[in-house]
Design a protein around this ligand. Sequence first.
Ligand SMILES: [Fe+2]
Length: 299
Amino acid sequence: MSLSSSVVALGYVVIESAQSEAWRRFGAEVLGAAVDSDGKSLQLRLDDRPYRMIVIPSEREHLHSVGWEVRDAASLEALVSSLESAGVECERASAGEAFRRRVGDLVRLRDPSGNRLELFHSPLLANTRFVSPAGVAGFVTGDMGLGHVVMPAPNYQETTAFYEERLGFQLSDRMRLGTDEDGAGGVQLRFYHCNPRHHSLALMQAPHPAGLVHLMVEVPDLDEVGYALDRCQRGEVPISATLGRHTNDKMVSFYMKTPSGFDIEYGFGGVRLDVGCVSTSEITSVSDWGHDFSVGFRK
Ligand SMILES: [Fe+2]
């Protein structure tokens, strides 16, 4: 697949929530985002873009969609025409809808597990300095995008094929957890890159009640992870996993529970890959040390 018709970065996530006030507090005081509102939805800003997360009013707590960035208008056209010729339904947003998302153009579609995607190009910039209300020095974004998402993919074979063959994601590695002695059963994951970040996307062979397993945001030094841990405790935000280092991307991180029930991984020091270096190796453990997820199930 040519680069001109591939996704290049994770742009943003849109979240449906009935808990706007909880998100405003969590976003500003714990995550460290600059939170703005248009009276209906919240925009959580982490860098020079006007937002990286949008919280829209809803009666349910669920991921609405993931925004994936492509290089330019020609790339979006090439991608959409290849998706449509493969039978994927693509809905083109109006110019007004694209402008309200602060992008040049926008196309909506679903993956084979039913997850909603928005493909876009040419984001508008905020052109004012990002100032974190929690004093976070900044987030590691730029050409590597917002961070990474781990998406539920109960329809695993078709969904992995869709991201690999239709959207151009490159396999970084795989993981299988909880198998029996013959390697059967358990849960499989695939980790994908579309820029030097080890993974911008992972697909997990399981459903998730919130439609998103977790979103990872990266900060530029270890102290920022420690400060975020302190803010979680002060804000009484539940920790879903203790501090640890992942086996594959070597990220030192912890996980916190958002008001909508999915986790945010807050990390530092993820490895960078050469784009296009595909690995098929399979890792067998989530972490070198730490990341005790049992804390998330304790009362
Ligand atoms: Fe992660």
